[in-house]
Design a binder for this molecule. Structure first.
Ligand code: ZN
Length: 238
C-alpha cells in the first residue's frame, strides 16, 4: 500500500506536460520491430518466469544461436529490460533462460542506476519499446552487504555505490533484526532502485503513466535458482 501511494505521489508530481524526447544518435544504429507487435508486460513476465523454471529444472531451451545471430543483424526488439546486480552468479540471460535479442540488460553492483545506467534504460524504453522493466536483486548481495557494514570504502567510486544503497539500509534498520538486516536491505534496495528509476527519469515516468511500461521488482535466490517477484507490477495508475 505504501509503495502504491509513493508511486502515485511520484506520478502526480510528474505533471501532465511530458516533453517529447528528441531522436538520439543511438537510435540510428538500431532498428526495432513495430511496437504493435510487442507482447504485453504480463505476457513477457510469464515468459521470463517460464524460462526461470526451465533454469531451475536444468532444462534450458536448445537454440540455434548462429541463425539467430544472423536474424538479429537487422535490428533488436528485446521484450524486457532488466536492471540487475553485476554479481557473476546472477546472469539474467541464464537465470531466465533467454537468448540473443531477448532482454536488454543493464548491470551495476547493487542494481542501482546512475545517470549512464538510467540513460541506457531510457534508450530501451523510448526506442526499443520494451513493455517490461525488471529490477532484480539477489540473495547475499556483496554490494548491499558492504553498505550494511558501515566500513569505509577504499575509493570514491566504490563509495558512490554504497551511497546509493545506504538509504535502503537505513530503512531496513527501522524494522529488521541484526541477523536479517542484509536480506531486508536487499529487498528495500530493489524497491528504492525501482522507485528511483521512475522518479529520476521523465521518459520512464511517462511510459509508466501511459501504461506502455510496467516495472516489476524481483529477487533471485542463489540456492534455489528461483526468481521471486517482490511487488505487484508498477503500471499506470489511471
Ligand atoms: Zn549483488
Amino acid at each position: 500500500m505504501i509503495r502504491t501511494l509513493c508511486l502515485s505521489l511520484v506520478l502526480s508530481l510528474a505533471g501532465s506536460g511530458i516533453a517529447q524526447t528528441p531522436p538520439t544518435a543511438l537510435a540510428q544504429h538500431s532498428s526495432h520491430a513495430p511496437s504493435h507487435a510487442a507482447p504485453s508486460a504480463a505476457e513477457v513476465w510469464d515468459s521470463l518466469t517460464a524460462g526461470n523454471r526451465r533454469f531451475v529444472a536444468g532444462k534450458p531451451q536448445t537454440r540455434d544461436l548462429v541463425s539467430l545471430r544472423h536474424k538479429l543483424v537487422s535490428g533488436q526488439s528485446p521484450k524486457a529490460i532488466i536492471l540487475s546486480c553485476s554479481d557473476s552468479r546472477v546472469g539474467p540471460e541464464l537465470i531466465f533462460d533467454q537468448s540473443l535479442g531477448d532482454i536488454f540488460v543493464v548491470r551495476t553492483a547493487g542494481n542501482v542506476a546512475d545517470a549512464v545506467a538510467l540513460g541506457s534504460i531510457e534508450y530501451a524504453v523510448d526506442h526499443l519499446h520494451s513493455p517490461l522493466l525488471v529490477v532484480l536483486g539477489h540473495q547475499k548481495c556483496g554490494a548491499v552487504n558492504a553498505a550494511c557494514s558501515d566500513e569505509k570504502m577504499p575509493s570514491p567510486n566504490l563509495d558512490a555505490i554504497v551511497e546509493k544503497i545506504s538509504p535502503a539500509v537505513t530503512q531496513a534498520k527501522t524494522y529488521a533484526k541484526a541477523d536479517d538486516l542484509v536480506e531486508s536491505a536487499i529487498k528495500e534496495n530493489v524497491h528504492r532502485s525501482a522507485m528511483d528509476l521512475v522518479a529520476n527519469s521523465e521518459i520512464i515516468r511517462s511510459a509508466v503513466k501511459s501504461g506502455k511500461l510496467s516495472v516489476i521488482e524481483a529477487e533471485y535466490g542463489l540456492e534455489s535458482g528461483q526468481v521471486v517477484r517482490l511487488n505487484a507490477p508498477i503500471h499506470s495508475q489511471n
